[in-house]
Design a protein around this ligand. Sequence first.
Ligand code: AMP
Length: 286
Amino acid sequence: KNNMSSKIQIVRTISDLRSKISYWRKNRLSIGLVPTMGALHDGHFSLVKRSINTTDKTVVTLFVNPKQFGQNDDLTIYPRDEVGDIAALDAQGVDLLFIPSLEEMYPTDFATEISVPVIGDVMEGVFRPGFFVGVATVVAKLLIQSLPDKAFFGEKDLQQLYVIKKMVIDLDMPVEIIGCPIIRELDGLAFSSRNVYLSADERARAVELYKVLNEIAESAMNGEQIPILVEKAEKRLIGSGFTKIDYLAVCNTHNFKEIDYLEAPTYALGAVWLGETRLIDNIQIC
Ligand code: AMP
């Protein structure tokens, strides 16, 4: 693809989205979908690149989904940069950008909710009640609206990726869900739209989460007892200025229940607070 000559198309209604995509489908082109909430960074762009490399037409969605924010969450201050996002996606060679309004996605009488119990009830599900229902509902809508062959999600939100995989299997949605590796800043902090909330001092401390997850993985592989090494890691986080730990745990991806033994695929996961900012991250242990 010649990025210089690319011209992204923007649609804001479901019917315009459908007519563009059905034209491509009729011409037997494969469709890749990358759902985002905007304020795009290199993590998002890695999903976009993967889609462009593996499908004929790439559709990105930009929608800050209120249903996945709780009462005390950061919905009103969530970073938004529509103009910057459009320019960046155009430069990447994205074919179509869907930017629906709130009313387009959720008319006032909107009622349906999709919940994925068990896998969605632990970890993030405990600390962000309603979060996975909000995510599953909006992702189901986006998948049905665009009917892609493949949809791309980051392992940064590992539990979310598996909740979506489960939903797609349970609802017989004919789409392949592709998990993509976490993209990190130079020091190791995972890219996140929320990183802009961090003060300079918090930003410097933030990388400690990644370091602690690595330490957990290394010690666990060396045979150290998991509950003991997790406790050590929590102390280290608090010692480096983290203000609250929602969870720091070793989990498998079958059900995201905390485990004290290693059985692949197993991950170290953390959700921690630096002042007003909540950071999540994970790394695979085995
Ligand atoms: P968001 O806009 O935060 O809802 O994220 C949109 C998609 O980008 C989700 O599938 C995320 O998992 C993914 N994503 C966010 N940050 C990263 C990252 N640092 N590396 C890889 N994927 C990411």
